[in-house]
Structures are given as C-alpha cells and as structure tokens.
Design a protein around this ligand. Structure first.
Ligand SMILES: Nc1ncnc2c1ncn2[C@@H]1O[C@H](COP(=O)(O)OP(=O)(O)OP(=O)(O)O)[C@@H](O)[C@H]1O
Ligand SMILES: [Mg+2]
Length: 313
C-alpha cells in the first residue's frame, strides 16, 4: 500500500522522555512502524507501559516525536485541517466538570463549526448514541467513570470525523457499555470512517478489528491482519479431562486446572487426539471436552513478549 492511501502512516517512530534533570531516559517508543488504511478498524494492543498512549499522543499532536515520520490524513498531526477531521478520546479525559453533558457537547460542536439547529440536533444524536440522553442536564462532575467515558466518546464523534482515535475506549465500561462501544465502532466503519483504538480487552479487539499492531516495551512485536496472527500455522486440540491420575505421568503438557481439583487440560495436535484420549481413559480419566484451541491475542502477546525478553538477555 502506498503511503498516500494510508490514513495513518507511522515510520520508525521513537519517543524518549527525559526525567527531571535529565537523570534518566525513558525510551517509551522505539522504532515503531505501521500503516492504517482508510475504512479500517485498527487495534493497538500491548501491556501497561508498552507505549500506546505515547504513540497516540504523537498522532494527536500532544507531543512531538524524538525521531521518525508520522503522517495523519496525509498531513502533519499539527495541521489544523487534520485536527478538525480527527476525533479523539484521550486516555484520561479531563472535561470541564462544572458543565452539563449537553453544554459540554455543545461547546465541542461549536469547535467543529456546527451552528444553530444542526448543532443542537447533533448534540442530541450523540447523547442518544452513547445512551446519555437521560443525564443530559447533569453536571459532568456528578458523572460516574463509565458515564464520563461515554461522554468522551460522544465528543470524539461530534464533528463527524474521518478518523477516530480512541485511547482505551472500553475502559471503565460495564459489559453492556463495551458492547455498545463495539457497535458504535462497527457502525463508524460502515460509514467509511477509520477507527484506531487501543484496548487491553483482547476479546473486544478480536471481535471487531481488521488489523492490529502489538507493542511491548515500546517496540513493535507483531502486526497484521488478525487471522494471520491468530493462526500462525498451528491449530491445536485441547482436551479437558477429570480423574484421579497423576498429571506428571501423562503425555504432552498436561496442566491441572486452577480452582477445579481433579481437572486437567492437555493440548495436542489434531491427529494425536484419538491416541491421547485412549491413554487418558486407560489411566482412569473421564473426557470432559475436546475443542480446537485457537491461539488468543493474549497467548500472542505473552509469546512475543517472551521472545523479546530472551533476546534482551
Ligand atoms: N511524560 C512522560 N515522562 C516520562 N516517562 C513517560 C511519560 N509518558 C510516558 N512515559 C513512560 O513511557 C512508557 C510508555 O507509556 P505509555 O503511557 O505510552 O504506555 P501505554 O502502553 O499507554 O500503557 P497503559 O496500557 O498502561 O496505558 C512508560 O514506561 C511510561 O512510564
Ligand atoms: Mg495508555
């Protein structure tokens, strides 16, 4: 893909913070590259401190990169026309809490140049979209964390931006709220918008993202379409069995299941399933289930993080 077609193009981005008095350098992001195409839902994954928020701050012009090239909607993150076409939910939204939800969204809509009736309609639509119509007149300081998060999403979308950047949009939300945000993100894609969002909730990313980038300790450890990352040529079968037998003496890597005394889990290749079941039964185990174990994003992060750790040693 050419960089002209990319809505976000990050090439060899590094950001180093100097602690006070420059006593220590924190390499928050190191040589990270990725491209986000128009119309994609792009997931930005990584454990705490991986460098996600730092990268997002560069994309939204809150900080400057130490080195590397960053282009957003074909321009620099500092260009006004780029900022007007980008909606942004910060990690820790800090809104004017003496305003009501409607007043706050009204101010944000003015920022995007919406006037009169259009603005009022848009504010009402956004309140409805995030399920906050009932609290429209309430001051933001009386909002719960999840309610504030919803208002944060509403303000990110109020200008009908081409690109939506959300830093942990599901954080603080209950399961219903998370589902609603997933639906909102999916509807943005349907309208041809591009969504770039970070999350710790792997299932949320797995469910809706076309492509992901995984960071660990500031470095890009994996990238690509989800299917190729989650099926790296290895489909395993997982057998759950129950019995009194000795886990140590079993073939393969059998592990006891936490909180379920007598239960064990065992992975093998699909063509070993029959023989493994036979062995288990001969040793007095009952077979509880046999499933295909798909590699989860969590497994992916752990395995990649482990590879990185071994490289450091
Ligand atoms: N202003 C700053 N000054 C010094 N260090 C910083 C600063 N901002 C971030 N860092 C450091 O950079 C690293 C990356 O932080 P960042 O907030 O980007 O991580 P993150 O992936 O968003 O983590 P989380 O999932 O916890 O939100 C961390 O080690 C953090 O301590
Ligand atoms: Mg963060």
């Amino acid at each position: 893909m050419s960089s002209a077609a990319a809505v976000i193009d990050v090439q060899h981005l590094s950001k180093t913070f100097l602690t006070p008095l420059a006593l220590r350098k924190v390499r928050a992001v190191q040589d990270v590259s990725f491209r986000v195409s128009r119309g994609q839902i792009f997931g930005f994954l990584g454990p705490n401190g991986a460098g996600k928020t730092t990268t997002i701050k560069v994309l939204t012009n809150l900080i400057r990169p130490s080195s590397g090239k960053v282009s957003v909607l074909g321009g620099s993150p500092s260009d006004l026309h780029v900022r007007l076409k980008t909606g942004f939910l910060p990690e820790m939204p800090n809104f004017y809490d003496y305003l009501s939800a409607r007043e706050f969204l009204d101010i944000m809509a003015r920022f995007y140049g919406l006037g009169g009736r259009t603005r009022r309609k848009r504010v009402d639509e956004m309140l409805e979209l995030v399920g906050m119509t009932y609290a429209a007149k309430r001051k933001l300081r009386k909002f719960s964390k999840g309610m504030l998060q919803r208002i944060g999403i509403a303000q990110a979308l109020i200008g009908d931006p081409e690109l939506v950047i959300l830093d942990e949009p599901m954080s603080g939300l209950d399961p219903i709220g998370r589902k609603e945000v997933r639906d909102i993100i999916a509807s943005l894609k349907q309208k041809g918008r591009t969504v770039f969002f970070s999350s710790h909730i792997l299932s949320d990313i797995e469910m809706i993202c076309d492509e992901v980038v995984v960071l660990n300790r500031g470095r890009n450890v994996a990238a690509g379409p989800l299917d190729s990352l989650l099926h790296p040529g290895r489909v395993m079968s997982e057998i759950v069995a129950q019995g009194p037998g000795d886990v140590e003496a079993l073939p393969g890597k059998a592990v006891s299941m936490e909180g379920k005394p007598g239960f064990l889990r065992l992975q093998c290749s699909p063509d070993e399933v029959d023989s493994t079941i036979q062995t288990l039964m001969q040793r007095g185990f009952h077979i509880k289930s046999v499933t295909e174990a798909r590699m989860s994003l969590e497994d992916l992060i752990v395995s990649k993080a482990f590879q990185e750790d071994s490289r450091d040693d």
